[in-house]
Design a protein around this ligand. Structure first.
Ligand SMILES: *[C@@H]1O[C@H](CO)[C@@H](O)[C@H](O)[C@H]1NC(C)=O
Ligand SMILES: *[C@@H]1O[C@H](CO)[C@@H](O)[C@H](O)[C@H]1NC(C)=O
Length: 300
């Protein structure tokens, strides 16, 4: 796998360069910057800290509370990215989430795109779980192991969202491709704008080995760190989203972003061969008939 990562480094560098060049011509919403410019704390102000220069944000979980933050803005389509360093050591039972959602609460009609990082006992691998919700219904879980230890350093987790596909990326490697077949009433969340959230909480009733491993509170507080938030997307402005009504072109909703590039396809094939540990589309015990979107071709 190390060899593989090395091979990816050069194409990824050019992909990053292209994205930077392309995004600088898009005026819609290129957000970087301080915590207060972009976010509000959702709960437990006291479990939130920043580094002295304000560039790194720490969320902690202790026996009384977790912590979470959300963007002030809602977005519909774009490229959403953040660097995370997850709770190290014994983190069984602890879940760090990084997700997009239409609502601030668990609304029964929410759309949602999730990255969830499921902690583990010391030395056992973290699992990254992704999910897609539409109108309050989810059940589209996929799980992957990573090709690095996500507690050792910061890694970039990103979502590309347009009307053709939703792609989950880890360090610019596409780990999951979720396509739109364009049919009415299909299971593709594309109508409602979403906030971006992050939070840490205790989920030892299900997260680690299906709830068998419990959170060891002697190890608390559990801390996840965040930095380099960036959005290049359509900021929603009620009553009508500005960027849908203009003719401005954005790299994230143009044809090249409707499917993976050739080098992304190679990376994605490698991920599929090596890192997938669960795919709801293959879980025939749970879904005797696979969901409609499972038959869509991720390669085009
Ligand atoms: C969305 O969910 C709500 C509540 O479950 C339901 O009443 C409504 O019909 C659903 N809407 C669509 C478009 O499916
Ligand atoms: C934790 O480690 C165990 C043992 O290696 C593994 O089976 C499991 O998938 C890991 N992750 C979670 C979230 O349980």
């Amino acid at each position: 796998m190390e060899n593989r990562v090395f091979q990816m480094a050069i194409p990824l560098f050019f992909a990053a360069l292209m994205a930077t060049l392309l995004s600088s011509s898009s005026a819609v919403s290129l957000t970087k910057g301080s915590f207060d410019d972009n976010f509000d704390i959702m709960f437990s102000e006291s479990n939130f800290k920043t580094s002295e220069d304000g560039q790194i944000w720490y969320l902690s979980l202790d026996k009384t509370s977790g912590c979470g933050f959300q963007t002030k803005q809602k977005y519909r389509f774009g490229w959403f990215s953040m660097k995370l360093k997850l709770v190290g050591g014994d983190s069984a039972g602890v879940v760090t989430a990084y997700y997009m959602c239409t609502d601030v609460d668990a609304s029964p009609t929410r759309d949602e795109l999730d990255f969830e990082f499921l902690g583990n006992r010391t030395g056992e691998p973290y699992i990254i779980q992704t999910n897609v919700y539409k109108n309050g219904t989810g059940g589209r879980e996929m799980r992957h192991v990573l090709w690095f230890d996500p507690t050792e350093d910061y890694h970039t987790y990103s979502v590309l969202w347009n009307s053709h596909q939703i792609v989950f990326f880890v360090d610019r490697v596409p780990i999951r491709v979720y396509k739109n077949n364009g049919k009415p009433n299909n299971f593709f969340p594309d109508e409602k704008p979403m906030y971006l959230f992050s939070s840490i909480w205790n989920a030892d009733d299900w997260a680690t080995r299906g709830g068998l491993e419990k959170t060891d509170w002697k190890k608390a507080p559990f801390v996840s760190a965040y930095k380099d938030f960036s959005v290049d997307g359509c900021r929603w402005e009620d009553p009508y989203p500005a960027c849908v009504s203009t003719t401005t072109k954005h790299w994230w909703d143009q044809a090249p972003s409707w499917e993976l590039s050739d080098s992304q396809k190679e990376d994605y094939a490698w991920v599929k061969r090596n890192l997938v540990t669960y795919d709801y589309c293959e879980d025939t015990e749970r879904y005797t008939t696979p969901m409609e979107e499972c038959s869509l071709n991720p390669w085009k």
